[in-house]
Design a protein around this ligand. Structure first.
Ligand code: SF4
Length: 286
């Protein structure tokens, strides 16, 4: 027993302060890719290297449309490695959760010259705005926000609707001493009847479609649904096929989408807090 106590004192405090303080990310952490669109002269190598189709190009009538879908991106870094111009950079951004899936898609149109390179940028539809920080929950201290919203702790039911368990590994980490979700007044519950929020990982398999729907119906109002990871947002590399329905929002309404493959615990926490603001909105009298 003394050995355990000594070890505890030697180890010291390991619990992080996020979101009250910025996180300390590991050296090797890789976040979302960003693009210097105005100076990008050839998107073809990066698009060809993208294994998921998140980054794609379409040429028509002398115009090239470059589309980046962060809902499909697995943050693998292949686009950055393939692009020699420096227009693609892997960042350490992880606060990427959005309420509107359309905000995860960025589209740029270029004139194309005879050698296939891009000339000036004609039009830009910029998705993934810095972060949808439109909720008071992200500005207030979290436990305060939860208390103000619910008057008690926030209960989450996790639903694995067909994931590879990558997202589950990160979700389980939220309960370890480093992330210690319960310090914020957030805990996981076993029954959807006791839950305020469903945290759903996907892609939704056809075997889990009805189970997800029943879980959603069993959750009391006002409830929110958070789709976790590339598969939950878009079906990921599985898409829609004989075995999977695809994205979570094909089955139940989704309030917040958290990109990543899998999203790291900080990213999950950020998305959960964004969804907390959504619960507050749903509680407002009409
Ligand atoms: S990081 Fe990987 S998945 Fe994302 S756009 Fe680049 S190549 Fe595609």
């Amino acid at each position: 027993m003394f050995r355990i106590l000594k070890k505890t004192f030697d180890t010291g405090l390991v619990t992080i302060d996020y979101p009250d303080a910025p996180p300390r990310l590991s050296e090797n952490f890789r976040g979302a890719p960003r693009f210097h669109l105005a100076n990008w002269h050839d998107a073809r190598p990066a698009a060809e290297a993208c294994p998921t189709g998140a980054l794609s190009i379409r040429d028509y009538g002398g115009i090239r449309e470059v589309t980046m879908d962060y809902g499909l991106c697995i943050f693998c870094g292949e686009c950055g490695a393939a692009d020699q111009s420096g227009a693609v950079q892997m960042t350490r951004e992880f606060e990427l959760a959005v309420r509107d899936k359309a905000n995860l898609v960025l589209t740029a149109q270029y004139d194309v010259s005879f050698d296939g390179t891009q000339q000036h940028l004609r039009q830009l539809h910029r998705g993934l705005q810095p972060v949808e920080q439109d909720t008071a929950a992200l500005e207030l201290k979290v436990h305060q926000a939860i208390h103000q919203t619910l008057g008690r702790s926030l209960a989450i039911r996790e639903v694995d609707a067909g994931s590879c368990n990558g997202c589950e590994v990160e979700i389980v980490a939220l309960n370890n001493p480093v992330y210690d979700l319960e310090r914020l007044g957030i805990h996981f519950v076993a029954s959807p009847r006791h839950a305020d929020m469903l945290l759903v990982t996907g892609p939704v398999t056809r075997n889990m479609e009805l189970a997800l729907l029943k879980t959603y119906r069993a959750t009391p109002e006002p409830k929110v649904v958070v789709a976790v990871g590339a598969c939950g947002i878009s079906g990921g590399i599985f898409g829609r096929n004989y075995a999977t329905v695809g994205a979570v929002d094909q089955v139940v309404p989704v309030d917040v989408f958290i990109p990543g493959c899998p999203p790291r615990p900080h990213a999950l926490l950020h998305g959960i807090l964004l969804a907390l603001g959504r619960i507050a909105e749903k509680q407002l009298p009409l």
